[in-house]
Design a protein around this ligand. Structure first.
Ligand SMILES: [Zn+2]
Length: 313
């Protein structure tokens, strides 16, 4: 149901999920990885609407968002997949009536503040500690967006299976603590090496055995061991966050929860000039995960159009 009590047809939320996978926007090969993850999840329930409806039930509460993918060599100021999604999703939560704080690696914190500033809401951004704890203010849900997760032998990996050492702060123990405390957890990722994919680890490796090995020789493979209550696999992690923001817009009837295409352009430029890098190109660029920035803008525009059309009828 929307904020004004109308039911949203299920196929609208299927379309939101499809856009998170870039369907009909990117070449099929670029969607393939996300679709394999969805197969591994073995559910036909729309993922973004499931997550959004559980977040809407926490109105008046507070959500902690975790992002930041840092390696000293390739991404010393972080990767641009993650922080943009966190900023857009945090704004959507605030506009849906849920408090939001973003926690990120110290190397990415200032850039994330610039991104939040582009979106026009006052959202706190805090630097992650070496061994992050549950925020003392208390939280009602925790969301990890493109956040590296440790495999069963405790090693975090890049998307191509290299060991992350001296970069992103691990949040696996923190998410285990959320779980023990009964706090809702959501993971958004695009490869399998991120927090949340523990939910489908074995099945994902069955479907794609290349994920069961890594390049560092630790023997644990690159799929993260940490599971979340809800996992949203996407073609690009930011798109999973934008899809969740769109689902919040649909469920609350507040179209302002969705990201605008021009805001995506501005955020991509801000990240680039601040040295927050495209994950594939490994340099600041108007692009994301090797795709042109305008491809990401098209995903945002399609989500925005879906929200507008649905809420207008
Ligand atoms: Zn390894």
């Amino acid at each position: 149901m929307t904020g004004d009590g109308r039911a949203i047809p299920g196929e609208i939320f299927d379309a939101v999920d499809a856009l998170a996978c870039g369907i009909d926007i990117v070449p099929p090969a670029a969607s393939q990885r996300a679709l394999v993850c969805r197969t591994a999840l073995d559910t036909h329930e729309p993922l973004a609407s499931d997550a959004a409806s559980r977040l809407v039930r926490r109105r008046g509460g507070r959500v902690a968002l975790y992002t930041g993918f840092v390696t000293p060599d390739r991404y010393p100021a972080g990767e641009n997949d993650g922080p943009l999604g966190a900023a857009a999703l945090a704004r959507a939560l605030v506009r849906a009536g849920v408090g939001a704080t973003i926690y990120t690696d110290p190397e990415v914190a200032e850039t994330t503040r610039w991104l939040v500033a582009e979106l026009g809401e006052d959202i706190p951004v805090a630097s992650l500690a070496d061994d992050p704890q549950i925020p003392s203010t208390g939280v009602d849900a925790a969301i990890a967006i493109e956040k590296p997760g440790a495999n069963p032998v405790g090693v975090m990996h890049t998307a191509d299976g290299r060991r992350i050492d001296g970069g992103s702060k691990p949040i696996d123990r923190l998410f285990a603590a959320f779980d023990r405390a009964g706090i809702l957890t959501i993971g958004i990722g695009d490869r399998g090496n991120e927090v949340g994919f523990g939910r489908i680890r074995e099945r994902l490796i069955d479907l794609d055995p290349t994920l069961g090995v890594c390049a560092c020789g630790c023997g644990g493979g690159l799929v993260a061991a940490t599971a979340t209550d809800i996992l949203i696999p996407a073609a690009v992690s930011n798109w999973g966050a934008y899809a969740l923001a769109a689902a919040l817009a649909l469920l609350t009837g507040r179209s302002a929860c969705a990201l605008e295409p021009e805001e995506e352009r501005r955020m991509l430029n801000v990240a680039a000039v601040r040295g927050c890098r495209d994950g594939i190109r490994c340099r600041g660029a108007f692009g994301i995960d090797g795709l042109d920035g305008e491809v990401s803008v098209r995903v945002v525009a399609a989500l925005r159009k879906l929200v507008r059309q649905t809420l207008a009828y």
